[in-house]
Design a protein around this ligand. Structure first.
Ligand code: E4P
Length: 217
């Protein structure tokens, strides 16, 4: 499973990138707003830090304007992945952009049929939003499972990018189902390494080691 980080905070991205665990980044208009920086400037900086795909979202809702914005975003760097919303215009833009060799992330997916359309439009990634579905009382993880089945039935190459992840359990469940990628908030990504027995065990090993009076090397 690949890990993307879901943020436009360059300090967080730099720190996580140094672990070697980061395969890409996803941003959206809300995350750009939180960063308080101009979209082109902050996205360029993110692309300099991370080699993998960096999703940058168009804000237009009409096909032609989406394509114009996509052209501007594509100029930022080679690893830009254009994010388009799951609307008819977004799917049309997806088809045109992938046809011209660009990576496309189709976002705001809340149903298996939407995911089917995105795959038919040649999306590189489909982003089903788990947490936002959970918020409405619908099990977001079931959507990931349905998309996995449909994509496997037809050998679609579109990668399932589990999005709107809120917990470490979301990451585990998405991995068990076979999502190709999880885009994870920095805090959740850091929490994945944590286990109280790891901390307790390490503490005990270090205490015993100190008693030996030895040093390695
Ligand atoms: C995905 O690409 C989105 O940026 C993101 O996962 C949305 O998550 P949220 O529901 O926590 O805003």
């Amino acid at each position: 499973m690949k890990f993307f980080v879901d943020t436009a905070d360059v300090n967080e991205i730099r720190e996580l990138s140094e672990t070697g665990l980061l395969d890409g980044v996803t941003t959206n208009p809300s995350l750009i707003m939180k960063s308080g920086r101009p979209i082109l400037e902050v996205t360029r900086e993110i692309c300099e830090i991370v080699d993998g795909p960096v999703s940058a979202e168009v804000t237009a809702v009409e096909f032609k304007e989406m394509m114009r914005e996509a052209d501007i975003l594509s100029e930022i760097a080679d690893n830009i992945c254009i994010k388009v919303p799951l609307t008819m215009d977004g799917l049309k833009a997806c088809k045109a952009l992938t046809g011209s060799g660009r990576k496309v992330n189709v976002t705001l997916c809340f149903s298996a049929n939407q995911a089917l359309l995105a795959a038919k439009a040649g999306a590189t990634f489909i982003s089903p939003f788990i947490g936002r579905l959970d918020d409405t009382g619908i099990d977001g993880m079931e959507l990931i499972a349905e998309i996995r089945t449909i994509y496997d039935n037809y050998d679609f190459e579109t990668e399932i990018l589990a999005a709107s992840i809120r917990s470490v359990n979301h990451v585990k469940q998405a991995a068990l189902i076979g999502a190709d990628v999880a885009t994870v908030p920095p805090a959740v990504l850091k929490a994945l390494v944590k286990h109280p027995l790891t901390d307790k065990g390490l503490e005990a090993f270090l205490a015993d080691w100190a008693k030996t009076g030895q040093k390695i090397g």
